[in-house]
Design a protein around this ligand. Structure first.
Ligand SMILES: [Zn+2]
Length: 195
């Protein structure tokens, strides 16, 4: 039983709280393209992970972390269609299931904009739902990048699929982040490096 996840405003002792109950699925948002790379790496590093997997579609990634994942991770899947990426990630997780899965973190990037893509919003929703479920069923954690403002309609659509939304912004040349759990208030802004 790990019951006391719900409620509570994460914030006053952010680093301590994260150690206790780190969300296992995060939606990373913010119209700060240069910020997604550092945030991506910080999120992947904050858990003891034995396997790091990154996947991006042909729509273009916002986090420039392929090389880092290739060095530290179990796989980088790039320039795939949404359905191809779904299968590649599922296979990667399945392979870990049958061997060892001593820690798994997955990054999803380059989700197509449904307004400019053949993949409509329902298709995207199903993809994100399937991937986040698959990773968590394998005891892994996952984050998904969406380089748009926190109040964008697309964020509202996807937010229920995640434990929390991490919002990025730049202030005084510093990348900051704050997280908010589904239907609860946002925490304090903290340096993204301490994610
Ligand atoms: Zn990432």
């Amino acid at each position: 039983m790990n019951g006391d996840v719900a409620g509570g405003s994460v914030g006053q002792t952010a680093s301590a709280d994260r150690q206790v109950d780190a969300p296992r699925s995060l939606l990373v948002v913010g119209d700060v393209p240069s910020g997604h790379g550092p945030a991506c790496q910080a999120l992947a590093e904050r858990t003891e992970t034995g396997h790091r997997v990154r996947g991006a579609t042909t729509s273009g990634a916002c986090a420039d972390t392929d090389a880092w994942y290739a060095d530290t991770g179990s796989g980088v899947f790039d320039d795939l269609s949404l359905s191809e990426l779904g299968m590649a990630l599922s296979d990667a997780v399945t392979n870990l299931d049958t061997n060892d899965r001593d820690g798994l973190h997955v990054c999803i990037d380059g989700l197509p904009d449904p307004a400019e893509s053949a993949d409509d919003e329902l298709t995207l929703f199903r993809f994100v739902h399937a991937v986040t479920n698959r990773v968590q069923a394998a005891d892994g954690s996952v984050h998904v990048h969406l380089p748009v403002d926190r109040d964008a309609a697309l964020v509202a659509t996807f937010e229920p699929l995640f434990d929390a939304v991490v919002e990025l912004r730049e202030r005084d040349d510093t990348l900051q982040a704050r997280s908010s759990a589904w239907r609860s208030g946002a925490g304090r802004w903290v340096p993204a490096s301490s994610l």
